[in-house]
Each structure stands twice: as structure tokens, then as C-alpha cells.
Design a protein around this ligand. Structure first.
Ligand code: FAD
Length: 461
């Protein structure tokens, strides 16, 4: 461990139990403390740390802000060297004419948009955790967010990567490279194929006009019908978010954001573009919302009103703290047309397990986030959460959906991989991993089902 101190400065290596204990958690799970946490300041140091960790026989786990919801950034069995990117949080270059920026992985998502705002640019993928989650973590999980409905998820906004491999060697990828698109292969790989040391990301020009609307509905079904009608009419708003009554009440209590507390569901809709286009769009969306049973329709006319509505949506998960001390967020995706059925399945599963559930989600792309609220100290409730989460997962699969929309697989869902992938599918993924990381030194125990080393996943017949 002394060698780690020589590489990054002793003050940037944590080995005291009280320091390590903090790194046994992310926003989902309790893991075990690692052997050491190292906080490098540049790529050269990341490379040195990986080499030393490997020489010590320790696996390496990259860590951004620890907001992950699938246990991705924690050591499950204990041990390993965690590389925290807390000191690598700068924008290194801004290329305004080409609308791109080179950033260190620890830069906080929102800080990037704030730093380029003066150039009338922004970074589009905006997970609800954007005030704290990092671009490195977003790349590793291929994070989504409300605005990914029309702009696409993180993979659509990463142009090039500087990566430290499992031997500590540095390589680069670029989406303009001929041949295999290794940039896309690394995005969403959850730190198992390489460690992102810097990235060129795409920036977008701020739109001329941004409109935000709020529609209240008497039922989740009618709100879901409105979502289908809007998208079916060929309108792809920049965001189309749904919140049910449980969430709206918690949000209003926490933020007084201006949501109607008497509705069963609300849709927060945003669109952006040219002024004229937005006028026509507003009329069309309002008509479709009302035709599908909206009880009320409101346009946010000022920036302050728009900000308040978005603050409520992005703070919704935190607001749940007003209902119970703990929550579990399920993350599944279903075809948009199956939303009403999926939401009914969520309701039934929660009711059967006597749990309160709140729904806040990216309705436009069928990505559900049922929030199961509970008290961790009550074993019955913990068992109920597990059972409900599992039932929701199965319902999503039965409806033609999948086991994660954006939070990733990590530790939490690795066993569920066999429910959606055949042995052949998993073997193909395992072979990719073996090419990048033959000894499984990078973030082991993640993505692949427990009890299998990648090589043990049955090869295709
Ligand atoms: C309140 C709340 C709301 C959320 N909303 C959303 C949402 O709307 N959309 C969404 O997609 N997610 C959401 N999340 C989940 C989470 O914020 C995202 O998964 C986010 O991308 C994680 O970023 P992080 O910096 O916290 O990464 P961490 O949690 O630290 O790590 C996540 C994964 O990335 C890997 N990793 C981190 N940095 C690197 C690196 N430099 N190189 C290689 N691997 C790395 C880790 O090993 C781990 O596997 C939310 C979470 C919370 C708590």
C-alpha cells in the first residue's frame, strides 16, 4: 500500500477503517469495505495505481459519485482498490466551433452544462442525479434522463475516450475510428472493460425556445394513453415524464413546485426548438392531453416556473424521504404501449405485499421507476420489497421489456441476466470481457451471474 502513496501522494490513499467504511455503499447496496481507496489527479496516476493494484493481486473498482442504483461501485466480498475520481473533476478543453468538450471522469454532470452555458451550449443526458453523478459514472452506466427521449442516452453523446486497461496501459478510442466502435462498447460496460480517464463529449446548442407544460389526469391509464397519443402523433418532446399521486404529494410537501395534489397522475412535458414550431407543438400536445382525459393543463410561462416544475421532478426521489426512511428504485423498461399493463402489475405487486409504491418515470420511452418505500429496520418490509421488486421485474419481461432501462446491472441484477439472455448470449458477452480483461481484475462480481466466471458461461453449441 505504501507504493500507492508514492504514486498519488500518501494523503490521497485511504486505508483507515472509518474512511473505507464510506466506500462500502452506493445508493443501492451495502457492500464491504475495500482494501484501499486511492484518489488520483491525472491519467498517469490512474495508470500507476492500476499497475500497483495488479501487482498486489487486488482488483480495481472505479468510482464516481457513488449514486449508482445497482451496487456497481462497491466491493461485494470486500477488498480491492477503489479508484475515486473525486479529484479529477475538471473540464480540460472546450471546443465551441465543434461543440465538444474534453472532461475528466469526475466532473459532475450538471457542472459541465453550467461551465459551457456561457457559450450557449449544454450537455444533454441529464439523469435525475445530475447534481451529483459524474460523467465517468454516466458513461459507465450509459445513463439516461428525462431529456434522453429526444436527445438519446449517454452513448449518443460520447465522442472519444481515454481508457486505462486492466494492465494499467492507456489506450484511446474515437467514434470516427474505422473498424470496431470501441467507444460504444465501453459505454455502459460498468467499469468492467476499462477505466475511463477522460472523454470527449458532444455538446448541443441551446434551443431558441423551451416550453414546459403540466397536465393532470384522473388515472394512470389516461395519462399513459396521452403519452401514446402524443408520441403516436409523431411528436417527440424533449421530455415526457410521469408522476403518480404518491410522488406528487411528496414533491409538493418538499418543494411546493406547483403540482396538482388532487390528480392521480401528472405529465411533465417539455419541448424545445424554434419559437414558431413550439407554438404549434403546444397547441397539438394540449389538444391530445385533453382528448385523453386531462383534468387540467398548464403552461409554465416564466423561467422560474419552468425551473420550479423541473426541481420537483428531479427532487422526487429525495422527497420520498418524507414518506419513509428507505426506498428501493426498480428500473425496468417495457414497450410504451404496455405502460398501463406494467403499471397495473406494479400496483398489484405492491398491494399483495402491503407496500406503498410511488411511480416517477420517463414515460416517453417506457422506462418505469417504481419507488418502493419501506423501513429497513422492519424485516417484513424488507422481504416485501424484494418480493415486489422481483414481481415487477418478471412482469416487465413478460410484457416484452427488459431488466434495466438505465441504472445498469451491477451486482443487484446480475442473477436476473439469465432471465433475458440465453447461455449463448452471455457467452458472447463473456468473450468480449475476456478480451479486455482476461483476469477479471476490473470490477469483478458485476454484470455476470453469480457463481460463474465468464469463461464458465456455456459457449454456443
Ligand atoms: C436520486 C437518484 C436519481 C437517479 N436518476 C437517474 C436517472 O435519471 N438516470 C440514470 O441513468 N440514472 C439515475 N440514477 C443512477 C445513477 O445516478 C447513475 O447510474 C449514474 O450514472 C452513476 O454515476 P456516479 O458518478 O454516481 O457513478 P458510481 O455510482 O460511482 O458508479 C457507477 C458505475 O460506474 C463505474 N464507474 C464510475 N466511474 C468510472 C470510470 N471513470 N471509468 C469506468 N467505470 C466507472 C463504477 O465502477 C460503477 O460500476 C439516479 C440515482 C439517484 C440516487
Amino acid at each position: 500500500m505504501e507504493r500507492l502513496g508514492q504514486a498519488v501522494g500518501a494523503e490521497n490513499v485511504k486505508t483507515a477503517p472509518e474512511d473505507l467504511a464510506v466506500y462500502a455503499f452506493d445508493a443501492y447496496s451495502d457492500g464491504k469495505p475495500p482494501s484501499a481507496v486511492v484518489i488520483p489527479s491525472q491519467t498517469r496516476e490512474v495508470s500507476a495505481v492500476v499497475k500497483i493494484a495488479r501487482a498486489l493481486g487486488e482488483p480495481v473498482i472505479a468510482r464516481g459519485a457513488g449514486t449508482g442504483l445497482c451496487g456497481g461501485a462497491v466491493s461485494i466480498q470486500g477488498g480491492g482498490v477503489v479508484i475515486s475520481f473525486a479529484r479529477m473533476h475538471r473540464m480540460l478543453e472546450l471546443d465551441v466551433p465543434n461543440r465538444r468538450a474534453r472532461v475528466q471522469p469526475g466532473i459532475v454532470n450538471l457542472h459541465l452544462s453550467q461551465q459551457v452555458a456561457a457559450s450557449k451550449l449544454f450537455y444533454a443526458p441529464d439523469p435525475a442525479s445530475q447534481r451529483s453523478s459524474t460523467i465517468g459514472g454516466n458513461i459507465a452506466t450509459n445513463a439516461g434522463g428525462p431529456h434522453c427521449l429526444s436527445y438519446g442516452t449517454t452513448v449518443n453523446h460520447v465522442l472519444a475516450l481515454e481508457v486505462v486497461d486492466e494492465r494499467g496501459e492507456v489506450f484511446t478510442t474515437d467514434i470516427d475510428d474505422a473498424g470496431y466502435d470501441l467507444t460504444a462498447a465501453l459505454v455502459g460496460s460498468e467499469g468492467t472493460l476499462g477505466i475511463v480517464a477522460s472523454a470527449w463529449v458532444r455538446l448541443l446548442r441551446m434551443p431558441e425556445s423551451t416550453r414546459v407544460w403540466l397536465a393532470a389526469f384522473p388515472s394512470i391509464e389516461s395519462a399513459s394513453e396521452a403519452v401514446s397519443a402524443i408520441v403516436g402523433a409523431g411528436i417527440v418532446p424533449t421530455a415526457l415524464e410521469m408522476m403518480d399521486a404518491v410522488i406528487v404529494k411528496a414533491v409538493e410537501a418538499a418543494f411546493a413546485a406547483g403540482y396538482p395534489t388532487d390528480a392521480a397522475a401528472v405529465l411533465l412535458i417539455e419541448n424545445a426548438g424554434f419559437e414558431d414550431e413550439m407554438n404549434a407543438c403546444e397547441a397539438a400536445i394540449e389538444r391530445l392531453a385533453l382528448a385523453n382525459g386531462a383534468l387540467s393543463w398548464r403552461a409554465a410561462r416564466t423561467q422560474a416556473e419552468r425551473d420550479a416544475l423541473w426541481a420537483g421532478r428531479k427532487g422526487a426521489v429525495g422527497a420520498i424521504g418524507r414518506i419513509a426512511p428507505n426506498y428501493y428504485t426498480q428500473d425496468v423498461t417495457v414497450p410504451r404501449s404496455a405502460l398501463p399493463k406494467a403499471l397495473r402489475a406494479v400496483e398489484v405487486a405492491a398491494r399483495e405485499n402491503d407496500l406503498v409504491v410511488g411511480n416517477v418515470f420517463h414515460a416517453g420511452d417506457g422506462n418505469l421507476h417504481p419507488l418502493l418505500v419501506y423501513d429497513k429496520r422492519d424485516r417484513r418490509q424488507v422481504a416485501a420489497v424484494l418480493s415486489t421488486g422481483n414481481a415487477i421485474l418478471n412482469a416487465a419481461i413478460d410484457l416484452g421489456g427488459t431488466i434495466s432501462g438505465e441504472h445498469g446491472i451491477g451486482y443487484e441484477k446480475r442473477d436476473a441476466m439469465t432471465r433475458v439472455y440465453s447461455a449463448q448470449d452471455l457467452a458472447a458477452m463473456a468473450r468480449v470481457r475476456d478480451v479486455f480483461d482476461p483476469e477479471h481484475a476490473l470490477n469483478p462480481e458485476k454484470i455476470f451471474p453469480a457463481g460463474t466466471r465468464c469463461v464458465e458461461v456455456a459457449p454456443p453449441q
